[in-house]
Design a protein. Structure first.
Length: 323
């Protein structure tokens, strides 16, 4: 069994990660760290797991005795903590913050988008930087175009996420009430995921230098993410469909669909659905994911499966919320 620990077990993503790991057939969740909730049962904070776990939160943030550690801390915390301690030999680390998403010579983390870097992860990697949710939805929409050197004009993106994302973790009742029946724009044209998106696209198309005009929004729903992307595209829709089908043919969670997808097609799953259509000379791409599964915890478990040589779908055969 893979001995797993979660550091920073308070938020939405950590709660989903706990639910996935306690039901994963190859994992024993041995430790969930939270200074705020130390001593409490996990079920007192993350409801809905009664009868599935009797584990309690701990303030122990050590890494000893683990095979894999998931870091669910706020941005900036993981890099600081790891700089202060020695990492046990053989430990695998999956960080859900953005501390290591930009690959450079200051660290040895691999960018954890399986549809881009699966081979790198199965060939002996030990450290993975989980992508951001917005970045995941946008990158999956554009990877086949980048691979075929077709990103040669400005890219326009509007994406809306549930309030479980967008830097909103478990909030007070007043804050949650504010999000309901409300929509807001935040960090327009300057979102923090743009650097990792540009990095990813240049991995496949080194000549990529098009502007990405990105308007992120926070919706009135709890979870899910829908992104619409359009750009000039001289290639026919049939050719484009073939490029996308070819790119994702051997990937387990990303699918090209004939109709415009809805959030409920993917909420509570690790799937990404992509729809393509041409309007004149412009290509319109619609993608939907669950922001705290495919955009966070589910992708983290997918990456863990790859690091340990397991089948990609183990522990991730989940049912969408269709009602």
């Amino acid at each position: 069994m893979i001995r797993a620990g979660i550091l920073g077990g308070d938020g939405f993503a950590a709660g989903e990660l706990i639910r996935l790991l306690i039901n994963h057939p190859d994992v024993e969740l041995t430790r969930v760290q939270s200074r705020l909730h130390s001593g409490k049962l996990l079920t007192e904070v993350h409801q809905g797991m009664e009868g599935e776990t009797y584990l309690r939160f701990t303030d122990d943030d050590s890494l000893e005795g683990l095979d894999v550690a998931f870091f669910c801390y706020p941005h900036g915390t993981t890099s600081r903590l790891l700089s202060e301690r020695e990492i046990p030999e053989g430990l695998k680390i999956i960080d859900l913050s953005r501390d290591f998403r930009i690959e450079d010579d200051t660290h040895d983390y691999i960018y954890g988008l399986p549809e881009l870097n699966r081979k790198r992860m199965v060939r002996g990697a030990t450290k993975v930087a989980n992508p951001g949710a917005f970045a995941t939805a946008i990158e999956l929409a554009l990877l086949p175009l980048a691979k075929n050197l077709l990103l040669n004009s400005p890219i326009h993106v509007t994406a809306i996420t549930g309030f479980s994302g967008s830097a909103v973790e478990k909030s007070s009742p007043n804050q949650l009430a504010w999000h309901r029946d409300n929509v807001s724009i935040y960090q327009p044209l300057a979102h923090q995921h743009l650097p990792e998106i540009n990095q990813t696209l240049r991995t496949l198309q080194s000549s990529f230098n098009s502007e990405i005009n990105f308007i992120p929004m926070r919706g009135s729903f709890a979870r899910g993410m829908l992104a619409t992307i359009y750009l000039d595209m001289p290639v026919s829709i049939d050719q484009l469909r073939n490029l996308y089908e070819d790119y994702y043919a051997d990937h387990s969670f990303t699918f090209i669909v004939d109709r415009r997808p809805d959030l409920k097609d993917v909420v509570n799953t690790n799937k990404c659905l992509i729809h393509l259509e041409k309007v004149g000379n412009r290509l319109l791409i619609t993608t939907v994911i669950d922001n705290i599964l495919k955009g966070a915890a589910g992708q983290a478990v997918h990456n863990m499966n790859l690091l340990f040589g397991l089948h990609e779908r183990v522990g991730l055969a989940l049912k969408s919320s269709t009602i």
